[in-house]
Each structure stands twice: as C-alpha cells, then as structure tokens.
Design a protein. Structure first.
Length: 151
C-alpha cells in the first residue's frame, strides 16, 4: 500500500472517530499532496511516489520546527503545543530516524570511506550520505557532526 493511501486511510479514520487534531493535520498533508500532484501534472487516479511524498512530509516537519522555534522565543506556548502535535502526527508516516549515536557513527565511517580531510570535502561526504541514507538521517545534525570532525 502506498504512503499516500495510508495517509488518506488515516484521515478517514480520524473523521470517523472525530479526532479533530489528527483530522486537521492530515487535511493539510492531503492538500499539500494534491498541490504537488497538480504541479507535477499527475492525474487523480495516480498516487505521488513514496520518495517524493517523504520529501514533502520532511519539508512540512521542517516548517513546523521553524515555527516551534519562533513560538518558543515569543513565549506562545499554546501555538507551540499545536505545532508539536502536528509534527508528531506527520512523523507517523516518515521512516524512523536514526539515533544521535548511530548518525555520528555513519558520518565517521563515510568520512573515512570518502577520504575527507578538511571542511572543503564536506560536499563529498554529504553527497555520499544522501545517496545511501536520505530517508533515515537528519541532515541538520549530520552537517554539524561532519563540520566538527573535519576541523
């Protein structure tokens, strides 16, 4: 079953159980999917490929994380809680991210494999990581780890 169908099924379940938080968040996700499908000229009977849908969901999570930072700084706790619950709902459909320790080990192994010796080689390392681990790594953390180890 494609990821898009899983999201639509979960939306229907939320409608039936009157789970307003899940329902409203998944409506936003479905709307973003439809917008992407229109932009890519994909017909209604087709679904968005899972890899593109994962990128879309990651983008949505990143937007909400940025909002969370702004709400924290502004002391808007009720809005912060709302964004956090949306992130939690969207993350249900994303592949499980690797832990901090696993991420660090993969970065160190890739640095050795690529033969990186300075920050100038960071692009090579990032490219290699994106090829293999694009779904399971948080690249904001990866960037920091690579910089720390190449300095």
């Amino acid at each position: 079953m494609s990821l898009q169908i899983k999201i639509e099924t979960k939306l229907n379940e939320a409608l039936k159980t009157k789970d307003k938080k899940t329902y409203s968040t998944l409506r936003l996700v479905v709307a973003a999917i439809k917008d992407t499908m229109i932009a890519k000229k994909i017909r209604d009977k087709q679904t968005l490929p899972d890899n593109e849908l994962i990128l879309l969901l990651k983008k949505m999570v990143k937007q909400r994380n940025d909002s969370c930072d702004a709400y924290r700084k502004g002391g808007r706790n009720e809005l912060l809680e709302n964004e956090m619950s949306e992130i939690k709902i969207i993350n249900e459909f994303l592949p499980k991210q690797l832990s901090e320790e696993e991420t660090k080990q993969i970065c160190l192994d890739t640095i050795k494999t690529v033969g990186a010796s300075s920050v100038k080689d960071m692009g090579k390392v990032m490219g290699a990581l994106k090829k293999q681990y694009s779904d399971v790594l948080d690249f904001s953390k990866v960037s920091k780890i690579i910089k720390d180890n190449l300095n």
